[in-house]
Design a protein around this ligand. Structure first.
Ligand code: ATR
Length: 280
């Protein structure tokens, strides 16, 4: 039986085995998907052992996404743009790296949440790994403006510069992409405010101004399974029209990985619905 797993540290909390089991059931694919815990200094050896034992592919979660990309022998353009991989595919002696996080987010926003991003104003909070992987896919939807705002402004500027230098943000998109600290977020409210920081994991909210929210705003927290996070709570209290957590992004990025490995794209709406019920 073809074997897959999610590798991370920690990884025991991961919903990916459940999601892939539901995908396999729905598409009639026969496969095994498990958890691969790896100590911080043993990521590379855990991957090579899994591969040596016949493993076909891995999902990669924190904190190994950059190391997964470095390990690959070839990579998709979206993994190159992010400089990180959440999916590895072992095929014909090759280690192929992909990054399906950005596509997963965009699909959740546009399909599940019916948010058309063209011509919109997007505020992306954070400048770490989670933000890095979604800048290019968001810009590819042609928003009027994408602001990367970070608590430490220098990191936001560095991210924009790095993505520009690597070609992930082409020169003609640069004027639509701005970087700043929380106190310099351009005036006006936003159609979409995305929390790509790790603040929700420590039950905190990024200290962004309330004025970014309005009735048309969708506030989106990339974390899932935490209910209404402090970020979402403040967004609602400040007038955001809608809020969403990152469970849809998780399911959609998993579907993209499944497609890469198995050549079939599973239907996601029913899986998302089922997962929400199970987690409630
Ligand atoms: P990840 O890969 O999950 O993005 P990271 O690279 O450590 O993790 O980045 C964490 C991000 O969350 C950073 O943007 C960090 O802001 P700083 O660069 O200023 O540290 C942000 N972050 C974490 N806790 C935060 C908080 N309470 N308020 C605002 N931003 C926070």
């Amino acid at each position: 039986m073809d074997r897959y797993a999610v590798v991370g540290h920690p990884v025991s909390h991961s919903r990916s085995p459940r999601i892939h089991a539901l995908f396999a059931e729905a598409t009639g694919q026969i496969l095994e998907y498990g958890l691969l815990p790896a100590d911080l200094d043993q990521f590379e050896s855990a991957v090579s052992q899994f591969r040596a034992e016949g493993g076909k592919g891995l999902n990669v979660t924190l904190p190994f996404k950059e190391r997964a990309f470095a390990l690959a022998t070839s990579a998709s353009s979206r993994a190159k743009a992010a400089g990180a991989a959440n999916t590895l595919h072992f095929k014909n002696g090759d280690i192929f790296a992909d990054n399906t996080d950005g596509a997963g987010l965009v699909r959740d926003l546009t399909c599940n949440l019916s948010k058309n991003l063209e011509g919109t104003r997007i505020l992306l909070i954070g400048a770490g790994g989670a933000a890095r992987g979604v800048v290019q896919p968001l810009l590819a939807e042609h928003p009027a403006l994408l602001v990367i705002a970070n608590r430490t402004p220098g990191r936001a500027h560095a991210l924009r510069e790095a993505l520009s230098e690597s070609g992930a943000i082409p020169p003609e998109w640069l004027d639509r992409c701005k970087a700043c600290g929380f106190d310099a977020i351009p005036e006006g409210d936003y159609d979409l405010v995305i929390n790509a920081t790790s603040s929700s994991l420590s039950h905190e909210a990024p200290a962004i101004p309330e004025r970014v929210y309005g009735p048309r705003t969708l506030a989106y927290d990339m974390v899932y399974g935490k209910g209404i996070t402090p970020f979402l709570e403040i967004a609602l209290a400040s007038g955001a029209g809608r809020v969403a957590d990152g469970l849809g992004m998780l399911v959609e990025q998993a579907a993209e990985s499944f497609l890469l490995w198995r050549g079939v794209r599973p239907e996601t709406a029913s899986v998302l619905q089922r997962l929400r019920k199970e987690m409630a």
